[in-house]
Every structure is written in C-alpha cells, then in structure tokens.
Design a protein around this ligand. Structure first.
Ligand code: MG
Ligand code: ZN
Length: 230
C-alpha cells in the first residue's frame, strides 16, 4: 500500500518535469527520441551508425548505472553528448534529463536521442518529455521479448529489431518475431536492421525524418498557424 503511494508521488513529480522538458524541446524545435532496450541490444551502436546519416543531425544523452564509456563512443562518432551516470538507478527520469540538458550543446541539431539505461521494465513508466519512444531488441535476445515486456513495446512508436546480420548463425526466426510483434503491437512499424552492416537503416532513417517533420512543422505548419502571435 505504502509503496503504491510513493510510486504515485514519484510519477507525479516526473510528469511535471517531463512537461517542462517537452516545452523546452518544442521551443527549440527538436525531435526527441527516448531509446529503450536491454543491455547489449545495440542502443549505442544504433546511435554510432546514425552519425553516418548527416540528415539526422543529433545530440545524445547517455544513461548508464556507471561509467561514461558509451558517451565516449558517441563523441568519437562525432555527435555532441553528455553522459548521465545514475549510480545504480535502473532508469532515467525527467529531472535527470532536465539537469543534463544544461550541459549539452543543442546548437544546430534536429534530434536529441536519449539512450535510456539498459532495461525493458521501468524506463517504460517514466516520461522524459520525448517526442516518441523507440524500443530496440535484437536477434540474440529471442523472439518472445515483446510478450515478456509488453509495457516497453506498447508505449513505443517504432520497434527496431537489431542484429539481423547474425540470422544465418543463430536459431532466431524473423517470421516468428514479426508474428509476435503483430500480436503485441499490431500498428507499430518494425525495422529489422543491422548496426554492423547498415542493412535496413534507410527505412528507419526515413521514419525518423517523417517523425521530425510531423512533430515540428517548421514554416507555416498547423502548430505555428494556430499559435497566437503578436
Ligand atoms: Mg549503451
Ligand atoms: Zn528503474
């Protein structure tokens, strides 16, 4: 009983911080993706590969319980990045993102990717103020992940199925994974791809650009027209 009350209080405070983040992202015209996946699913590798697509100009926040190893990888790949070390906490919250934003340069970027702590459970409960969530899982994790962790999958706007380059070497069935996803998230686009070879990336990049165009109509869009100015 007490635990439930505490959780409600935490989530209420989080919702307020998330709303502030969202307002700031909107003001800066930045599309924000909250990237959720297990440890080792390829979250950092996805961002490294995206630096090869110049149209997706992005900055990144890296969430990890310890170390700044992932931020170092993203920095080497050429993107502006800040590491959030959660000191053991198994998810990011909106307040952590809010504080990290003060340290991050967002000049000239169109996207902010927030790599959440590797975990498919509680990151799904914490709104960070993002435009959209993307969940990533990989062929080494098994086809049943969407059934075991429906919260992460149903809250995502797109699913990335990583490591398809390994398909010839492992018993993973792409058909079975796609069937499982069709049961859990029938209307969510799925992008099978490889962060190693780059196969399947073009479709995902296209989806990101559409997301950005829809989220922030830049000139004469509906949201700008609807705003009272002057
Ligand atoms: Mg990582
Ligand atoms: Zn957690």
């Amino acid at each position: 009983m007490k635990t439930l009350v505490v959780k409600e209080h935490i989530l209420k405070a989080n919702a307020q911080a998330a709303a502030e983040n969202r307002a700031e992202f909107s003001r800066r015209d930045i599309t924000v993706v909250n990237l959720i996946g297990s440890p080792g699913s390829g979250k950092t590798a996805l961002l490294e590969r995206l630096t090869k697509h110049p149209e997706v100009r992005f900055a990144a926040l890296e969430g990890d319980p310890e170390t700044s190893l992932d931020a170092e990888r993203i920095e080497r790949a050429g993107a502006s990045v800040v590491q959030i070390v959660t000191q053991g906490t198994c998810h990011l919250d909106a307040g952590m993102v809010h504080r990290a934003l003060r340290e991050l340069s967002l000049e000239g970027v169109r996207f902010l990717f927030i790599e959440n702590v590797g975990n498919l459970v509680c990151p799904a409960s914490f709104d960070l103020g993002e435009t959209a969530r993307v969940v990533i899982f990989s062929t080494t994790e098994g086809e049943e992940k969407p059934l075991k962790y429906p919260g992460a999958f149903t809250s995502a706007r797109a699913v990335v199925l990583n490591k398809i380059d390994l398909l010839p070497h492992i018993p993973f069935s792409l058909d079975r994974a796609v069937d499982t996803l069709a049961k859990v998230v029938p209307r969510t686009p799925v992008f099978p791809l490889s962060c190693v070879t780059g196969a399947g990336f073009d479709g995902f990049v296209e989806w990101l650009m559409e997301l950005s165009n829809r989220a922030a109509p830049r000139h004469g869009g509906a949201r700008v027209a609807g705003r009272s100015v002057g």
